[in-house]
Ligand binder design. Structure first.
Ligand code: F6R
Length: 252
């Protein structure tokens, strides 16, 4: 592991040649907080990136090292509209990869409801739920190849509340790998905005692979700009980036 200092930027940046080591280090951030605070408020992401981290959390839960009985989870986003039981819904993804494998009570799961009749009203409802927490204790983040976090897509200004978003062509193309064809990828989503992400007491962003290298550079090294939504993390008080060598290849 190499700790990298980016001139003038506060983020902790860790670069790993070994994926297991990367995920153990990221998981330790969650595990240590959960051991210290059994009623942890845990912000979660979907996509390929966090899956190895969730595997470690499942393993530690099975070993009795961590207990989810009093944890509340808050997911970043969900496609809209999509049925809960659709194999590509994020709620189904979370059940398959984490929730059904740990002792997390169903009522402690928070995620935008993509079956709600009105997306804007659902976004407001979810934002109220997030506001009530005062900020999660730790937020797990991935990053899109276009620099999105959650589904906050590149645009002219950072958007703070939970909102409905139209996905970019790049995101639709990236996510088409989970679907039979690109046409089947939902075109809209409900996402936590920058407000709730920035209220998190700690953020950990994980990025692996060459296709994330440009987004990571834009987020970490360049001037912060809503063209790269993840760059808002330059203003976060406590953020760690866990990168493999490919994802970090443009930051040096
Ligand atoms: C999903 C989310 C997204 C993903 C990003 C990367 O909840 O928050 O921002 O983290 O699209 O996706 P993967 O990990 O599949 O490359």
């Amino acid at each position: 592991m190499k700790k990298v200092n980016i001139k003038g930027k506060a983020a902790n940046v860790y670069v790993y040649s070994d994926h297991n080591e990367l995920y153990r280090a990221a998981a330790d951030q969650v595990i240590s907080r959960l051991v210290a605070k059994p009623d942890l408020l845990l912000g979660l992401a979907t996509g390929s990136t966090p899956v190895p981290l969730y595997d470690i959390l499942v393993e530690k839960n099975k070993e009795g090292i961590i207990d989810f009985a009093n944890v509340n989870t808050y997911n970043l986003d969900e496609y809209y509209p999509i049925a809960r039981k659709d194999p590509n819904s994020f709620v189904q993804f979370m059940h398959d990869n984490l929730f059904d494998k740990i002792n997390l009570p169903a009522e402690n799961i928070h995620i935008p409801n993509a079956e709600a009749p009105d997306a804007d009203a659902e976004a407001i409802r979810y934002e109220r739920e997030l506001e009530k927490t005062g900020g999660v204790d730790i937020q797990v983040l991935g990053i899109g190849s276009d620099g999105h976090i959650g589904f906050n897509e590149p645009c002219d200004s950072y958007i703070y509340p939970t909102h409905q978003v139209t996905l970019t062509k790049e995101t639709i193309s990236d996510n088409s790998r989970f679907f039979d064809s690109e046409d089947e990828v939902p075109k809209h989503a409900i996402t936590m905005g920058m407000g709730a992400i920035m209220r998190a007491k700690k953020c950990i962003l994980i990025a692996t692979g060459k296709n994330k290298a440009q987004a990571v550079k834009n987020a970490l090294v360049d001037d912060a700009s809503p063209n790269c939504p993840a760059s808002i993390l330059q203003f976060h008080r406590d953020v760690d980036f866990y990168l493999d060598e490919d994802a970090a290849s443009l930051i040096f």
